[in-house]
Design a protein around this ligand. Sequence first.
Ligand SMILES: Nc1nc2c(ncn2[C@@H]2O[C@H](COP(=O)(O)OP(=O)(O)OP(=O)(O)O)[C@@H](O)[C@H]2O)c(=O)[nH]1
Ligand SMILES: [Mg+2]
Length: 365
Amino acid sequence: MNKSRIILIGGFLGSGKTTLMHRVAAMLSENGTKVGLITNDQATALVDTGYLERSAGTFTEEVSGSCFCCNFPGLEGAIDSLLGKIGEGVILAEPVGSCTDLSATIMQTLKDRCADKLVVSPLSVLADPEKLADILAGGNAGLHRSSAYIVSKQFEEADYILINKIDTLSEEQAQALKEKTAAQYPLARVHLISGKDGTGVQDWLDDLSKQDAAGTHLIDVDYDTYAEGEAVLGWLNTTVRLTNASCDWKTFAEDLLKATAAACEEANAPIGHIKLMIEGETCFLVGNLTGGMETLSVRGASSNEPAVTLTFNARAQMSPESLEEMVRGLIGKACEGKAEASYLVMESLMPGRPAPTYHYEEVIQ
Ligand SMILES: Nc1nc2c(ncn2[C@@H]2O[C@H](COP(=O)(O)OP(=O)(O)OP(=O)(O)O)[C@@H](O)[C@H]2O)c(=O)[nH]1
Ligand SMILES: [Mg+2]
């Protein structure tokens, strides 16, 4: 039997990893390829896992409570479980958006320790075009300078930089950004894509399948700066049962995200990614906020059914305590006169210093 292939899709918070995995899963499945997906987070109760499980129609595994790099056995366990279910196929894995040094910690480890079962595809790193343009211009992409350091390191170690969301750019803007990116990161192959409408995705997959080398280079990462860049981001995952309700859930989701954007702006807290999912018998909504109000989107099927489950994940630049207080307040306010809220899960944390399970000093051939 041929080996399965693994494609790691990295990139900062909100750059579009889950959206791209969803699209690639659909494209590959349509051609009869078996697909497995792996999500990853520092805490449980993930919007990404719920979304992919419900809508991608493929097997999904989650490594939660720690990132892939600091819990390689967790990643390998998820891979083995998927291989048991799909046999031969393609596994797509999304590392935590604030992780870097993946070439040394994951790519080399996969090549070295999992060669018996996997072919490792090049490391593909997604770029949000606005953040990328700002980083190329020497800015911090609206983030703390140490978080911006992580973003720049993600690009530096990439085998592929996928400039995503090109549906938001003109042809000229996209080409100019591609040229600048290729000049700044000469070790990466650069593609223009839209995970949302599918533009460029097949070209990238075709190119990827022709490349033998993955994790082609290692980079220097200052772990003090990396740790600070993660630690300034508060992390919150919660699941809330909403009952005795009478409201349209799409309006509820939009109002909650609008209030969240306003509260973060007032607190002067840059948003990494704030996302929610509302699930009921007929209702299934996903909402995102990757920056200011203009980035707000809520998609899916709405209803006004009396009981639903809300999953809310927030990564924003504030202490976990302040983030939790803010989110409890916002959910409480959103429910006033509309629904009763009971918390099933509430985890808020500050990511700890990264301590990778493995760290390679040389590229494995
Ligand atoms: N316009 C546009 N929006 C996109 C595209 N891809 C993703 N998005 C939007 O970007 C936001 C974040 O997308 P996700 O796929 O959840 O991003 P992610 O990288 O998985 O985020 P984390 O898991 O939190 O790190 C959502 O609002 C998506 O709809 C794209 O190609 N074009
Ligand atoms: Mg995601």
